[in-house]
Design a protein around this ligand. Sequence first.
Ligand SMILES: Cc1cc2nc3c(=O)[nH]c(=O)nc-3n(C[C@H](O)[C@H](O)[C@H](O)COP(=O)(O)O)c2cc1C
Ligand SMILES: O=C(O)C(=O)c1ccccc1
Length: 376
Amino acid sequence: MQRSNDATTIVKEVFPVNFNDLQEAVEQKIPKPNYDYIKGGAGSGQTMRNNRQAFESYSFIPQLLNDTSAVNTSITLFGKTHPTPFIFAPVGMNLLEHPDGEPAVVKAAAKLKMPYSLSTVSSYSLEEVASAAPEHTKFFQLYWSEEDELALNMVSRAEAAGYEAIILTIDTTVSGWREGDRKNQFSPILHGYAKGNYLQDPIFLKDLENGKYKDFVDGVLRNVNHPHLNWSHVEKLRKHTKLPILLKGVLHPNDAVKALEIGVNGLIVSTHGGRQLDGVIGSLDALPNIVKVVGGQVPVLFDSGIYSGLDAFKALALGADAVCVGRPYVYGLAYAGQTGVETVMSNFYDELVTTMQLAGVSSIESLQKIELIQRG
Ligand SMILES: Cc1cc2nc3c(=O)[nH]c(=O)nc-3n(C[C@H](O)[C@H](O)[C@H](O)COP(=O)(O)O)c2cc1C
Ligand SMILES: O=C(O)C(=O)c1ccccc1
């Protein structure tokens, strides 16, 4: 992928140039409870701060006078080559940000050739989103349901619609303790933002008709937050699908080892953007130990706090095989729909290329050899 030319750069200058400016600009664009929900973290925000401080704590020394006129940022994932190391993280309920929702996001991802992950709790159905970008690489993020049959049927629907991997999120067995949403008394599901997948699901609809759930909201909540979740569910998923399985939310090396034993095909080191459990170490600080125990057996992806191209550079240098982005693209969507998503992510990409060139590396492989130094 080529870095944008000067003309594009000039157009981009009207767009907020960094994450903080964009976040501030979005505050004026969408209702306050929606904004607080997206921006917020768990508890007093310690995990969110740790996520960012981890990035700030690492620096590096460039090695110069290498010709970096031809930078190759491609990576290979599950047998497919992608021109950039960026992936769209699963973010639920995109009607919170923009009426165009997930279909606009997947189109932006397709244009940028960055794999896209769709949340179980999307505003548009997985079939509608797939048909918005049928040729593009898409992953389906699964929240395991109270009922195994419902979860596995959702996976079968995703397979039929052409999704190429299943991301099982393991850090949301109950909803995080979110002070902002409590203050606002805000429940996005109550406001009808999560109608995409469950209302198309025959098993969910049958349960709803039979009076298993009090109402639609109760049904969604019971299916998203499933505190029984344990390793036997991962084994069930492994038996059910031939698609690659990624576990999202792995932070402890012991969990990484266990996942590999079950035959999981990839891990996502993540603190869920600091939204779930407060008091956890920064996601970037968890990364090196996971990379070490995995030892290249499966790809290790990373998210939580990637707010620039430089942040992506650091996560890759610490051994991530690819980086996932959440809030930044969602803010892009709120700010300017599909174009906003494209601008945010292409700026991240351009900054990554600039950083690689000035650091003296021309490929992700050579980037990964750069030593990061952590301040004590
Ligand atoms: C508004 C919002 C909704 C989210 N919904 C989901 C979801 O449905 N499933 C999931 O696995 N992760 C969800 N996430 C977490 C993201 O996938 C990702 O882990 C996180 O946003 C990464 O941190 P970042 O926002 O700092 O990039 C959500 C995040 C946000 C901000
Ligand atoms: O808000 C979130 O982070 C999240 O993952 C979620 C939880 C419940 C419903 C939708 C998304």
